[in-house]
Every structure is written in C-alpha cells, then in structure tokens.
Design a protein around this ligand. Sequence first.
Ligand code: IMP
Length: 188
Amino acid sequence: MLKPLKPQERIRVRDKFFSLYISKERIDETVSGIARLIDHDYAGKTPLLLCILNGAFIFASDLVRKLETPCEISFVKYSSYHGMESSGKINRLIGLSENIRSRDVIIVEDIVDTGNTMAKLLDDLKQFEPSSLRIACFCFKKEAFRENFAIDYCGLVIPDLFVVGYGLDYDGSGRNFPDIYQLDKTLL
Ligand code: IMP
C-alpha cells in the first residue's frame, strides 16, 4: 500500500526556499467548508464553476468533488500578448466556450492579492449577463487588497506573504506541492 508522503518542512523552488505554512489537512477542511456553503446557497440550481487557470486548477478539482449540488465546470484564462497599440501588453480572456447568459456563475480562483485580476474578470464577465456572479477564492491577502468587490466564499485570509503549492506557483514551479509554503525570507 502506498504511504502518504510526509510533508517537508522546508522546500526549494528554483532559487528560493519556502517553509510549510498551511497543511493539506487544513486545506481539505477549508475546501469542505466552502463546498457546504455553496451546497446550501445553490440548492435546486446548477451553478457553472469557472476555474481561472492556471493557479485554480487544483482547488477547483477538489471543490467540485466535494459539492453535492449538481454543477458544471469550465476553464478560462487570461492571455497576454503584445498588440500593435502603444499600450503594449493586453490581457484577453480566453476559453469561455459556454454561454453564461442567465447562468449562476461561480468564479473559482486560487488567490486574491491586490484584487486587480478579479476586478477585471468581473467586468469582463458581467457583459455576458449571467443571472448571478459570485467568487470562491481559496486564499485572500486582505492587507494587499485594493479593490472593493466582495468575496462570497473565502477560504483563508492570509497576511501579505508570497506562497506556493496547492496550485500556486513561483515562476511556473511549485504548483504540485499538496501543502502551501511561504517564502522563507530568513534564507535570502
Ligand atoms: P492580484 O491581481 O494582485 O489579485 O493577483 C492575483 C494573481 O497573482 C493570482 O491569480 C496569482 O496568479 C498571483 N499571485 C498573487 N499572490 C501570489 C502568491 O503569493 N503566490 C503565487 N501567486 C500569487
């Protein structure tokens, strides 16, 4: 029988060290709590979960498996490309294949930091006139938040730390750790 992997206290991702911050057990309890709230609020409905790639893929896959409410899931992401405009970088929402008009949409995001990304996403999605639009977010850096939208289902409020694991990356790496780690500043 396969033994569960023992969480490492300290990990290295690329050129940085990180220390264990949120255990996978705590993550599991947190996701279960969010699922129970959604089950309660969406009884009799079939919400469409919109997973924001790349970071939210693990959270979204755990969340859908804990939901008792029938639901659908779809995946979107922001692409950035350099257009002809002088402004340079343009972020465009790609992958929205479902018609979300009149649907109960729940955005599933890994982390809200300043909130800029989510504020833009809310604007982009509202123009498709969903019947309701809510946010489920695993981590929320309340101290860094600069916007004024509400997070309907918030997993954990964390300080303004840089974290990796459970889908969150440092320069593309570290998403696969089952626990969440914080940047170890003492080792820099
Ligand atoms: P915001 O627009 O400032 O809210 O940033 C949101 C995005 O930044 C998230 O979707 C993540 O991709 C990324 N991000 C913010 N904080 C962290 C972190 O601590 N670790 C990894 N990615 C982060």
